[in-house]
Design a protein around this ligand. Structure first.
Ligand SMILES: Nc1ncnc2c1ncn2[C@@H]1O[C@H](COP(=O)(O)OP(=O)(O)OP(=O)(O)O)[C@@H](O)[C@H]1O
Ligand code: SF4
Ligand SMILES: [Mg+2]
Length: 319
């Protein structure tokens, strides 16, 4: 399901700030004024160096964690206006796959008991036999035997646990999955299997995915669109084909160059202190080879330059 314009997730002006006082108070928000849409069935990659705010953004979208402002609509429903049981029910069409599958599986419960929970939120009147049949079906869908349902998490490998976590999510047939570094703790061959599984599920059920990763090769393989975060701000939003052929923001170019286009993102001086003037101007100005006085004085906004390619950079916007 999506809204009338085919948009599953709409994020508007989302800002996330962690609480703190005195010396521990964050100078800047972890996520600042981020806006984007994800269409039905679209796979959108979210990249940026460590500490750029990717996980904070994911949690903010789910309405979890610290102080937030801004709006999040899921299939047209304003999640930011809900709380308690209404919020839990309202966000069922959006599920999250974590880096550590044990974050969504209780080690003391059998797999069956863990998988039952989201089903019961979605449909409280589901009969036991029907529920067990759906759990067995979900396990088979991710390549595991139905008999796994009676076992405990410690009896599985990391790759199998991630499959089980994905089965738990797809049981409720979400319209969008948020995958936060969902494969980065796994061996390369298992990573490929899980990525193929996600691609297959997207194909079968048409669900959208917000794919958060340091691995640019995986993003290139999986995604239709790429979003780039820098110091909590969205600085580029581009169709994947255009992005990998030539990103528009100098920071994105540095990311691609430093990664050789295929290895994990790691820039020299990753997550640096804000540049002088960053409060007013472009946060990347201190590191940017193309910076001009305008860049220090005024923050560039994310502007669409056509073909769905938006960039926050004064250079891009000059005629
Ligand atoms: N629980 C927290 N309390 C205070 N500050 C936090 C907390 N979690 C994250 N932060 C801060 O928020 C900023 C963004 O962190 P976040 O974890 O969202 O980044 P990330 O892009 O997901 O990084 P990584 O790639 O390492 O997972 C960082 O400056 C981080 O120190
Ligand atoms: S706005 Fe200026 S400093 Fe910022 S990325 Fe563009 S050219 Fe560089
Ligand atoms: Mg993170």
């Amino acid at each position: 399901m999506s809204d009338a314009q085919g948009i599953v997730l709409r994020v508007s002006g989302l800002t996330v700030r962690y609480p703190g006082a005195g010396a521990h108070r964050q100078r800047r928000a972890a996520v600042e004024d981020v806006s984007f849409d994800i269409g039905a069935g679209e796979v959108c990659g979210l990249i940026g160096e460590s500490g750029s705010g990717k996980s904070s953004l994911a949690r903010g979208i789910l309405q979890l964690g610290p102080a937030r402002s801004g709006a999040v609509w899921l299939n047209g429903m304003p999640l930011h206006t809900l709380s308690g049981a209404a919020l839990r029910r309202g966000r069922v069409p959006m599920q999250m796959v974590f880096q550590n599958p044990l974050d969504s599986l209780n080690p003391r419960l059998t797999i069956s008991a863990s998988l039952r929970e989201p089903l019961m939120i979605r449909d409280t009147r589901l009969e036991a036999a029907d529920r067990d049949r759906r759990i067995a079906g979900a396990l088979e869908l991710v390549g595991l035997a139905a008999a796994c349902a009676d076992r405990f998490p410690h009896e599985f490998s990391g790759g199998q646990l991630q499959r089980i976590a994905i089965a738990r999510n797809v049981l409720v047939r979400p319209d969008i999955l948020i995958c936060d570094e969902a494969v980065s703790a796994l061996d390369a061959s298992i990573q490929a299997q899980i990525l193929n599984l996600l691609a297959d599920l997207r194909e079968r059920f048409g669900m959208a995915i917000l794919f958060i990763s340091h691995d640019l090769a995986a993003v290139r393989h999986m995604c239709d669109r790429v979003l780039v975060l820098y110091q909590g701000r969205l600085i580029e939003d581009a169709p994947a084909e255009i992005f990998f052929a030539g990103p528009g923001h100098p920071y994105s170019r540095a990311l691609l160059e430093s990664a050789g286009g295929c290895s994990p993102v790691s820039l020299p001086g990753a997550n640096p202190a804000p540049s002088p003037g960053a409060e007013r101007g472009c946060a990347f100005a201190g590191q940017c080879p193309e910076a001009t006085p305008t860049c220090l004085a005024q923050r560039p906004l994310l502007e669409n330059g056509g073909r769905g390619h938006a960039v926050a950079c004064w250079n891009r916007q000059r005629p």
